[in-house]
Design a protein around this ligand. Structure first.
Ligand code: ZN
Length: 252
């Protein structure tokens, strides 16, 4: 991985060791297997949340950057919710295709019950890998967004290979179990290749790639920002940064 090209703006007042979501000092963080001191006891954040919260706050303003926003959160965890409210969201509606995490709304993610243009922000935390028709979910995300709204999309992706579709039932049920698959159609259906997901999202959205990094572990998380119009300006990756991310030759 390259490491020199992406200097994120930093908040000079924030300690790198503090949780950017709830300000808990890192010395209070709990351990996870193989990852010492990564779990914030107050808000539940791990590296991914803190990388995003720090970068988003630095780029868009930590206080009130979603001020008053109505947010649809697809399979958010506790820290996602805390983060969205920390950014100033007025209301976060959680949604999932199955009831395990007791979301506000359980429904078919390819036919959500929300009206057109009813949210300012849609956040996705990994749901797209777990539905049979991710393209239909992406179309729904666009439909429910207001014209100036933004989709914030985080999915696990491999930078260096194509998407692998998972046909084996045992693997499909390995995350969420048989009931999720048989009653709700939710399972592990694919492992994303970065470029494949980028291309699919690009069919519905103007896309920006938002590069984030956990300052403590140096783990890197690239988020997709989707909007109705093309996005080329800072803080999103330009073509050369994208090529560097993917290890491509940018000379063309
Ligand atoms: Zn925290």
């Amino acid at each position: 991985m390259d490491d020199a090209d992406h200097n994120l703006a930093e908040d000079p007042h924030r300690q790198a060791d503090d949780c950017p979501i709830c300000s808990t000092p890192r010395r209070y963080f709990g351990d996870l297997p193989g990852r010492p001191r990564v779990s914030c006891p107050k808000c539940g954040s791990v590296e991914r949340h803190r990388a995003f919260a720090g970068a988003f706050g630095a780029s868009f303003g930590a206080d009130g950057s979603m001020k008053g926003a109505r947010v649809l959160a697809l399979r958010p965890d506790r820290a996602d919710r805390a983060m969205l409210y920390g950014f100033g969201a007025a209301k976060v509606v959680s949604f999932d295709g199955f009831p395990r995490d007791t979301p506000d709304v359980v429904g078919d993610p390819t036919a959500m019950e929300f009206g057109d243009a009813s949210f300012d922000v849609v956040l996705d935390n990994g749901l797209l890998a777990t539905v049979r028709d991710p393209g239909a979910v992406i179309a729904e995300m666009r439909r429910v967004l207001k014209p100036a709204g933004a989709a914030l999309i985080y999915e696990s992706t491999a930078l260096d290979r194509f998407t692998v579709e998972i046909d084996d039932r045992e693997r499909q049920i390995s995350w969420y179990g048989e009931e999720a698959l048989d009653a709700y159609g939710i399972g592990l259906f694919r492992e994303w290749g970065f470029s494949d997901l980028e291309q699919l999202l690009g069919q519905s959205f103007g896309l920006g790639l938002f590069d984030t990094r956990d300052p403590v572990s140096e783990r890197r998380y690239v988020w997709f920002f989707g909007m109705q119009a093309p996005m080329t300006s800072a803080p999103f990756m330009d073509a050369a940064q994208r090529a560097a991310l993917l290890g491509l030759d940018d000379s063309g």
